[in-house]
Every structure is written in structure tokens, then in C-alpha cells.
Write a protein that binds this ligand. Structure first.
Ligand SMILES: Cc1cc2nc3c(=O)[nH]c(=O)nc-3n(C[C@H](O)[C@H](O)[C@H](O)COP(=O)(O)OP(=O)(O)OC[C@H]3O[C@@H](n4cnc5c(N)ncnc54)[C@H](O)[C@@H]3O)c2cc1C
Length: 568
């Protein structure tokens, strides 16, 4: 039985071996410490204070070798620093690290933005390849993939090194060059992790998944070769990278994405409504479904609404390609309908809609919706959405997601759907992310997304439902009151019950690999559906010995849960 070595094992590499790796990576080898290690040894010391001061800043967390955006998941995983980390600055450093891990039989971990909910970018006793320092971004007017000359037409594109975050691309592509690239909603997510997830941003209903815009990736595979993957060269690997899950195929060193004409306007609709009775809340749910189907189920509208246990509907939607009067005109009939029932419905947060010049969407300066990274030396272009603040360092009690087929919007299905939403929302807040379902998108976006590894259920889905909750940061050694485990487990159970209500109407629902339940027992089917067999074959071809292991990644069923022991 194959077993990877742990630090305590006699076969663990000697100090001299680590020194040789250090030489091969130009000195860029470190021993990472846990995010709050200093608080364990000296709670009043400057280092602990510095970490505490920055705990709500996602850029700070991402800048730490052992930083994870999520501080853990109840009964699932706890952040653990790697034994060593290669702070990669070039593809050669990554090659050296991959070869070292393979030859020394080490557990290998790859981290970019550190935003894995499932904890797949950290592991104890591992060697980490950390790409944070590789973040160069280059724009192209006419990109043709390697080996594609004469086979694919040149297109405008952007190439970014793997450690870049979406904010880096939005600044370069939209704020500076006036074009659009399809990436993620959260500005601090890493590009390589998100593209391999499939990846959704606020405007994916207009442009498809991030993976569908991938033109080329450079990848270091398990054999230590630097390979190009695109439609013409290693097309099977290219397809697997487009949604087959991060950390399973090799280490991406850089990737190139198509860019699009920027719409003139990006906009939003907002507000919160509270129903006075169960009957009124049911009516509100049913009316919203009708309104969504008639007015919002199209390439313009994405992001979310959520239905809460307190009988509230929270609207937090965005749009592309509509100016402010057009956005308001779309919503006015719904707002009028709400206003016409003051005895049943109270507006608890003002309702409204509007739009701004798309080119200024990601401006940090003067943007009321953004928080700037104000640390000394931080880029002035780095900010995060206020709406994402609660996620920074959050500890998860539970999380589940399901793709909802557009057939639920048919007239004869809507009542069933509304009843299930009501029943589900009795347990927990139920958020419908419309930008994370591709039904209703333009035909080109659907065609490009079809040519990816993500579960084809995505193509039929008008939304991804996310049901999740947690609490304030709970990193190991972070000074805080003890967690109420009974309450946390009860919360996790309510999330399970809420998801179960929706599974009664979508029994075999697909689920988004990167925003999903750690404990999903049918993950192969849920994440990849009919694509799973082909993904297994690509995995066997490029990584036959399973050097790249992640929790519920393709081929991970051959390994123990910790990725150290080969079972099959
Ligand atoms: C707060 C928050 C907000 C999010 N918002 C969105 C969103 O708006 N849209 C969306 O679609 N998803 C979103 N996600 C999910 C996110 O897209 C995935 O978790 C994604 O994988 C994160 O990538 P990362 O590089 O930041 O994370 P990491 O934890 O660094 O990496 C994630 C996975 O990708 C692998 N990986 C990273 N870099 C490489 C590389 N260079 N080569 C090979 N493998 C690599 C890692 O090994 C790991 O398995 C969000 C997650 C969080 C925590």
C-alpha cells in the first residue's frame, strides 16, 4: 500500500534534502507558521496584535503563507500549516517543487487565493506550492493559442500568472482597458482556483462561466513537465482544467482568458421586504417567482435573492447592459405590487434599482460599496465588496448547494417550487444565486459553457441555491470565546433540513464543486454528472499516481480522507 511520508516518519526528507530544494528554488523555501501561532506563545506581543488587527482584511489573510479565507468547517477541517512552502516566483520553481514532492513521496498542496471552502489548499505535513507572488497581468489584442495558428481566430484576451486575484484582472481589463473578463464575484478569489471550479461572477448570466472563457493554460504536470493546454495542444487536459476542480491536474503557472466588449452600464436592484404572516410570505414567494420568470430570467440579471426564516425576501441583484431608467422600469411593477399590500408586506430596507458606468464598477476610490486595503504599501487598486465582509475568516457550521432546473419556472411547476422554498426557508435562509445557473444566458455563452467539464446540469439550471451559515472567525489559537458546539451542530442540522426540503423537488440535483457540502456523499455525480468518467480518464493519463489529491477531487476516492494512504 502506498503511503506518503509525514514529518515524523523516518523517510521524511533530511535537512540536506530540504536545503537542496531551497537551492533549486532560488532560496524561496519557507516553513510557514499558523496564522495565529504568535497568539499562542505571546498573546500580548506585537505579532499577535498585528494578526488580530488585520483579521478582517482578506488581502492580509491571502498574503500569509498559512492564511485561509475560511477559518474552518465544523467537524470537517481545521486550517493546518504545511511543513514547508515554496514561494514560487517562476515556473521553474514550481517544476522543482513538483519533482521534489514526487521523488520524496510527499503530500503536495497548491494555494493561490486561499479561498477554498472545502479546505483543499492546506494540509499538515505537506509541501505547499504557493503562487501568490506570481501575479503579472498582460493584455492582448489578438491572442492565438500555442499550436492554434490557422486553426482558431485571433481574439482579444488577458494572460495572468496563477497567483493573481480577480481584482487584479478587473483593474487591468475593465478599469484600465475598458473591456470585460468573466471572473468571480468576490474580488480576492484566486484566478486559477476559480477557473478550475467552473467559476461564476455577478454577470455570468451574460457571459457564461469563467472556465468557458479559458483559451490556454500553462501547467506543470505530475511528471514535472511544463505543458501548454488549449484547444489545439493537450485538449483533454484543457477540458479537464475547465471545471474539473482545482488541485487535481497539475499546477497552473499562468492562464489566458478571452475578453469581451464591456457593456456601457452595470447596475443593481436592492431592498428587503418582510411578510406579516405565513400566508403573506407564501404569496410573496409565489409572486417573486412569477416576476423573476417574466422579467429577470434573461442575460441581464444575476446575483441573489434570499428567503429568510423571519419571512423576509432580501433582494441583492445586479444587471449588465441596462441603464438606470431601464433597470428601474424592470422592477417598478414588483415594487408597486409590494406597495399595494401594506397590511401584509413591510419594506424593511428601501427598495430600489439603478446603474453606473460599467468602467467604474471596480473603482475602489469613492466607491461606497467597497472597502479598501489600507495597509501600508497596499495597492490603491485593492478593495473588497462590503457585502463580502462577513465571509472574511468565517467559520462554517454547514453549507449546501443545488442547481435548480429552469423547468421549475414552468407555469405548472411554480406552485410546487414555491411550496418547497417556503418549507426550506422555515429552517434557514435560502439564497438563489441566479448568476450561477446558465439557463437563460445567450446561446454563445451556453455553447462555450457546454464545452467544459462542469456538470451539464448547470446548463439547464436557472439558479444555484446556497444554504449556509457559520460564525465569526475561529482560526486555531485565535483568542475568542469558546464555540457553542451544541448550537453550531444544531445550525448545521437546520441547513441539512433546509436542503432536504429542496431535494424533494430536485432529488438528484447537481452541486457546484467550489460552493458545496463537504459531506456530499455523491460528489462525483453532483459536481460532474456525466462528465465524471471522462475526467477519471484524463486524471489517469496525466497524474496516474495521484500526486495531486484534494478532498472530493477527481480520483480522490483512491485515497484515504487525508490523502496520505492509497486505497486502490
Ligand atoms: C469568500 C469566498 C467568496 C467566493 N466567491 C466566489 C464567487 O464569486 N464565484 C465563484 O465561482 N466562486 C466563489 N468562491 C469559491 C472559489 O471560486 C473557489 O473556492 C476557488 O477554488 C478559490 O480559488 P483560490 O485560488 O482563491 O483558492 P485556493 O484555496 O488557493 O485554491 C482552491 C483550489 O484550487 C487549487 N489551486 C489554486 N491555485 C492553483 C494552481 N495554480 N494550479 C492548480 N491548482 C490550484 C488549490 O489546490 C485548491 O484545491 C468563493 C469562495 C470564498 C471563500
Amino acid at each position: 500500500m502506498q503511503r506518503r511520508v509525514r514529518r515524523a516518519d523516518p523517510a521524511w526528507p533530511s535537512a540536506a534534502s530540504w536545503e537542496s530544494l531551497k537551492g533549486a528554488v532560488d532560496g524561496n523555501l519557507i516553513e510557514p507558521r499558523a496564522l495565529f501561532a504568535d497568539c499562542a506563545t505571546n498573546p500580548n506581543g506585537a505579532a499577535c496584535m498585528e494578526a488580530l488587527k488585520n483579521i478582517r482584511n482578506p488581502y492580509y489573510i491571502g498574503d500569509q503563507p498559512a492564511g485561509t479565507e475560511v477559518s474552518g468547517w465544523l467537524d470537517a477541517w481545521t486550517p493546518a500549516p504545511s511543513a514547508y512552502a515554496v514561494v514560487a516566483r517562476t515556473a521553474d520553481h514550481i517544476v522543482a517543487a513538483v519533482n521534489f514532492a514526487r521523488e520524496k513521496n510527499l503530500r503536495l498542496v497548491v494555494k493561490g487565493g486561499g479561498h477554498s471552502y472545502l479546505g483543499t489548499s492546506n494540509a499538515a505535513d505537506s509541501l505547499l506550492i504557493w503562487t501568490r507572488a506570481m501575479n503579472k497581468v498582460t493584455l492582448h489584442d489578438a491572442f492565438v493559442g500555442h499550436g492554434c495558428a490557422g486553426r482558431t481566430a485571433p481574439v482579444p484576451a488577458v494572460t495572468a500568472e496563477a497567483g493573481a486575484m480577480w481584482m487584479d484582472l478587473y483593474q487591468a481589463v475593465t478599469s484600465e482597458a475598458g473591456r470585460y473578463v468573466q471572473g468571480g464575484g468576490c474580488t480576492t478569489v484566486g484566478i486559477a482556483g476559480l477557473v478550475q471550479s467552473g467559476g461564476f461572477g455577478s454577470f455570468s448570466k451574460g457571459f457564461g462561466t469563467a472556465a468557458s472563457g479559458l483559451l490556454e493554460a500553462e501547467v506543470v504536470t505530475a511528471d514535472g513537465n511544463v505543458r501548454i493546454a488549449n484547444a489545439c495542444t493537450n485538449p483533454d487536459l484543457f477540458w479537464a482544467l475547465k471545471g474539473g476542480g482545482g488541485g487535481s491536474w497539475g499546477v497552473i503557472t499562468k492562464l489566458t482568458l478571452r475578453t469581451y466588449r464591456l457593456p456601457e452600464f452595470f447596475g443593481a436592484a436592492w431592498g428587503k421586504i418582510k411578510a406579516g404572516s405565513d400566508a403573506a410570505f407564501r404569496r410573496l414567494i409565489a409572486h417573486f417567482i412569477d416576476f423573476y420568470t417574466d422579467k429577470l430570467f434573461n442575460p441581464h440579471w444575476g446575483e441573489q435573492v434570499s428567503f429568510g426564516p423571519d419571512k423576509t425576501l432580501h433582494i441583492s441583484m445586479v444587471c449588465q447592459g441596462l441603464d438606470a431608467p431601464q433597470a428601474r422600469q424592470v422592477w417598478q411593477p414588483f415594487f408597486d405590487w409590494v406597495a399595494a399590500s401594506p397590511q401584509d408586506l413591510a419594506v424593511v430596507d428601501k427598495l430600489g434599482a439603478g446603474a453606473v458606468q460599467a468602467r467604474h464598477w471596480w473603482d475602489v476610490e469613492g466607491n461606497d460599496s467597497m472597502i479598501r486595503d489600507t495597509r501600508a504599501g497596499a495597492s490603491k487598486m485593492h478593495g473588497w465588496w462590503k457585502g463580502d465582509q462577513d465571509q472574511v475568516g468565517a467559520f462554517l457550521h454547514g453549507y449546501d448547494s443545488l442547481w435548480l432546473p429552469a423547468s421549475l419556472l414552468q407555469q405548472n411547476q411554480r406552485e410546487r417550487f414555491a411550496n418547497a422554498l417556503f418549507a426550506s426557508s422555515r429552517h434557514k435562509g435560502v439564497a438563489l444565486h441566479f448568476n450561477k445557473g446558465i439557463a437563460g444566458a445567450p446561446v454563445q455563452a451556453i455553447a462555450a459553457t457546454r464545452d467544459t467539464a462542469t456538470n451539464p446540469a448547470l446548463l439547464e439550471a436557472f439558479a444555484l441555491v446556497i444554504i449556509a451559515d457559520g460564525e465569526r472567525p475561529a482560526y486555531p489559537d485565535l483568542p475568542r470565546p469558546p464555540m457553542d458546539l451544541t448550537a453550531a451542530r444544531h445550525d448545521a442540522h437546520e441547513i441539512d433540513l433546509a436542503a432536504a426540503q429542496l431535494r424533494t423537488i430536485v432529488p438528484d440535483a447537481g452541486s457546484y464543486v467550489s460552493e458545496s457540502n463537504y459531506f456530499n456523499a455523491s460528489w462525483q455525480q453532483a459536481y460532474w454528472g456525466t462528465n465524471y468518467g471522462k475526467l477519471r480518464a484524463v486524471k489517469a493519463k496525466y497524474d496516474p499516481n495521484g500526486l495531486f489529491f484534494v478532498h472530493h477531487g477527481v480520483g480522490s476516492e483512491d485515497w484515504s480522507a487525508d490523502g496520505f494512504t492509497r486505497l486502490a
